[in-house]
Design a protein. Structure first.
Length: 460
């Protein structure tokens, strides 16, 4: 596997700021089409859109192993959230393992630098979110969330004071929220970006701000944007954009959609998921945080009202590591590869929604993460999910400062490896894929099992 280091805290969002319909319960049972999972282009090129908890091709698995070998050879270490993106980097690098590892390191370094002073908290962005510059509004027919960017709402004072960083900070908060509360690995992993340029002429378009949007999305949230929709553009800008589109690759053309009429969005969205000026039937939002997302239906072109009996708070189902997902491991069964990881609230929520509860979601007969973390033997960072799919605490051990001693847990057994027994085991050498020692991304924080709102990813 890839060598990893503990995840850096990236986002805090208490329940107060979490939208009840952040994750429709439909997402758990949604089966993406082959085109949703891997988009194929006329020139023979293709691009994978869904990467985790889903079977990869033999070529992808081979190149993925090449990435692991390259990262080990160069001594690289990554956050678990970055290793789970490995095939996204591979796709961007056109299946070149060496280039993909370089991209991984760039994103790891960016996260390390951007979040070095702590996670972005909901409270810290709430005032700026009130401008309605960037917010989630709904989902398309494939349950992909839509984030709206209203460029004309960026205050002129921010330009004068050179505070576009406020806008970027909000955008990054939104992306971290999306990764924590709006995805289901293997089913819904992408989003759409709707850019509204209403009332902006060519000279008024905030190119620097939009350029930052592209930079952040394309470099550090690789493979997450399904499509960009640009709406309400001026005639002059539309003409220029039309000419520029001729120079784009098939991949870029699939993503960038310049709409002459916002109602074209109805081909992708139900009308209840869009505001009136974006082709929908919802009144223009006036409150933007918590995000004004609503329940389905999500069928493209649906013109009726939203459901009033939709099950809320389904975003509390998945644990942090469950939201990250795992890369497909051919040594495991399909069931093991597709298995999701849940919080301690999962069984209760699923039952309330009238849905079957998978065995891995029933933790009432097993020690909770909170119980494990309180016990003298259970350091929360060492709690793991065994091959049986259950939570396990590490065995009792005597505290030691011996740097040459490492302990591994495998199939519920312990073995102490000392220098004289062989080289010490590096317990950071794991990925988000397998049931081997340290190779399974398990829920690790006590609050995770309690549906806590701090959106950072911890690891062993």
């Amino acid at each position: 596997g890839f060598r990893t280091v503990p995840e850096i805290p990236s986002m805090e969002c208490p329940e107060l700021w979490q939208a009840p319909h952040s994750l429709p319960i439909d997402c758990l049972s949604y089966e993406p089409s082959s085109e949703d999972a891997v988009t194929k282009f006329k020139n023979g090129d293709q691009e994978r859109k869904i990467h985790n908890n889903i079977q990869l091709s033999a070529s992808e698995i081979e190149r993925l192993q090449g990435m692991r070998e390259e990262s080990k050879a160069t001594g690289q270490e990554f956050y678990p959230s970055v290793t789970s993106m490995a095939t996204r980097f591979l796709s961007r690098a056109r299946m070149d393992p060496r280039k993909a590892v370089k991209l991984m390191k760039e994103t790891h370094d960016w996260r390390k630098e951007f979040f070095k002073d702590g996670p972005i908290s909901a409270e810290s962005v709430a005032e700026d979110m009130a401008w309605g510059i960037v917010y989630f509004i709904g989902r398309d027919f494939a349950l992909r969330p839509a984030i709206v960017i209203r460029a004309n709402r960026i205050p002129q004072q921010w330009y004068k004071e050179k505070r576009i960083d406020k806008f970027i900070r909000m955008l990054i908060f939104c992306m971290e929220y999306f990764l924590r509360y709006m995805v289901v690995p293997g089913r819904v992993e992408n989003l759409n970006v709707i850019v509204d340029l209403a009332s902006l002429g060519i000279s008024q378009v905030p190119l620097s701000a939009l350029g930052e949007v592209y930079k952040v999305m394309s470099h550090h949230y690789i493979g997450r944007v399904y499509k960009f929709f640009v709406c309400n553009i001026s005639l002059g800008l539309s003409t220029i954009a039309g000419m520029a589109k001729g120079f784009l690759t098939d991949r870029q053309k699939q993503k960038l959609n310049m709409l002459d009429d916002p109602t074209e969005l109805r081909k992708e969205f139900a009308l209840n998921q869009l505001e009136t000026d974006l082709g929908g039937t919802r009144p223009k939002a006036t409150k933007f945080f918590p995000f004004p997302v609503v329940a389905g239906p999500f069928t493209a072109g649906y013109a009726g009202p939203s459901l009033t009996d939709a099950c809320p708070n389904a975003h509390e189902l998945l644990s942090l590591s469950g939201a990250i997902g795992r890369l497909w491991d051919p040594k495991l069964t399909a069931e093991q590869n597709r298995r999701l990881e849940y919080t301690g609230h999962a069984a209760e929520i699923l039952e309330r929604c009238g849905l079957p509860v998978p065995p891995e979601a029933r933790l009432d007969a097993e020690p909770s993460m909170a119980q494990l973390s309180k016990s003298s033997s259970a350091n929360a960072s060492n709690v793991f999910v065994g091959p049986d799919g259950k939570l396990h605490a590490p065995p009792e051990r005597t505290p030691s400062t011996d740097a040459d001693t490492a302990e591994t847990i495998y199939n519920g057994q312990q073995s102490h490896l000392h220098e004289e027994d062989g080289p010490p085991v590096d317990d950071r050498d794991f990925d988000l894929r397998t049931d081997e020692v340290g190779d399974l991304a398990s829920p690790v924080a006590a609050h995770d099992q309690q549906g806590g709102g701090q959106g950072f990813f911890c690891c062993k």
